[in-house]
Design a protein around this ligand. Structure first.
Ligand SMILES: [Zn+2]
Length: 106
């Protein structure tokens, strides 16, 4: 029954993510470094913990050659996401480990 605590924390994280997202719209248009083609916004959804957490990452994709770019804000966000994912995965396995341990001792 300790899972409830984790979910509360995750919900708080999800609220933070919404504020996090609000400055992403400044990436509007650009030009490809490779071919000079026009870049279009592509939104990539990244799910953590089976969809408990969802991040929306905006990339720029060249319409001509398909090369993808992250702007600096998005790259930082992506780094944060990967670190968070790692931390959550460790926490998740830690939680299931402690569940096993308490199940064994009872
Ligand atoms: Zn291109």
């Amino acid at each position: 029954m300790e899972e409830g605590m984790d979910y509360e924390k995750l919900e708080k994280l999800e609220e933070e993510k919404i504020e996090f997202d609000s400055n992403a719209s400044e990436v509007h248009e650009g030009v490809c470094n490779e071919c000079g083609g026009k870049l279009a916004n592509v939104v990539e959804n990244k799910n953590l913990l089976d969809g408990t957490l969802t991040f929306h990452i905006i990339k720029l994709r060249c319409l001509q050659c398909g090369k993808e770019y992250l702007d600096l804000n998005q790259a930082e966000k992506y780094d944060f996401l990967l670190i968070l994912e790692q931390a959550l995965r460790q926490k998740h396995s830690l939680a299931s480990l402690s569940q096993k341990l308490s199940a064994d001792s009872s």
